[in-house]
Design a protein around this ligand. Structure first.
Ligand code: E4P
Length: 218
């Protein structure tokens, strides 16, 4: 299972990378805006800086919503670095663009996925990654994790090569359940990755070990 961090913040990306468990990064227009990154040159430089930190893939999302616009933007994004994956929204022209990018050998991440039907379409079009949004489904009282299980099952039935990249992960249990369900990748905020460290018995046990050692060596 691969760990991607869901942020455009360079410090957080470095921190996760320094932990030694980070594979890649996902961004979206909201995350780029949060970091104040605007203008073509700044956007390109920011993606370059992210690619310089991580070893695996970096998802960069197109803003255009028409086929020609997505193709133009996606080609420019893909040229920035070999690690770039072009993130394309799950809309009609997005599916056409994914099919086109697949034929050109450009990797894609189909985003804003909320149903199994959408997952089948994206796989048929040749998406490299599929991003079903767990937390946003939970927010409207649908079980986001159920969708992950359903998609993993469908993809296994047909040997689809599209990787399930579980997104909109809000807490550690989302991540752990995704591991049980067989998601290929999880993308989550830094606090979810570092949250996996926490257990009160670890803290208590370590304090006891150190106290016993100090007593014996006083
Ligand atoms: C990642 O690809 C998605 O854009 C992201 O996980 C969405 O997360 P959110 O629902 O917390 O905004």
């Amino acid at each position: 299972m691969k760990f991607f961090i869901d942020t455009a913040n360079l410090n957080e990306i470095k921190e996760a990378h320094d932990l030694g468990v980070l594979d890649g990064v996902t961004t979206n227009p909201s995350l780029m805006a949060k970091e104040g990154i605007r203008g073509d040159e700044n956007v390109t430089n920011h993606y370059k800086a992210i690619c310089d930190i991580v070893d695996d893939k970096v998802s960069a999302e197109v803003i255009a919503t028409d086929f020609e616009g997505m193709v133009k933007e996606g080609k420019a994004l893909a040229k920035i670095d070999d690690k770039i994956v072009v993130k394309v929204p799950m809309i009609k022209d997005g599916i056409k663009a994914i099919k086109y990018f697949a034929s050109e050998g450009i990797r894609t991440n189909c985003t804003l996925v909320f149903s199994a039907g959408q997952a089948i379409l994206a796989a048929k079009a040749g998406a490299s990654y599929l991003s079903p949004f767990i937390g946003r489904l939970d927010d409207i009282s649908f079980d986001g994790l159920d969708l992950i299980g359903q998609i993993v099952h469908i993809y296994q039935n047909y040997g689809f090569e599209t990787e399930v990249l579980a997104a909109s992960i809000r807490h550690t249990m989302h991540l752990i359940k995704c591991a049980e369900l067989g998601a290929d990748v999880v993308t989550c905020p830094l606090k979810v990755i570092t949250g996996l460290l926490n257990h009160p018995l670890t803290d208590k046990g370590l304090a006891q070990f150190l106290a016993d050692h100090a007593k014996a060596n006083a």
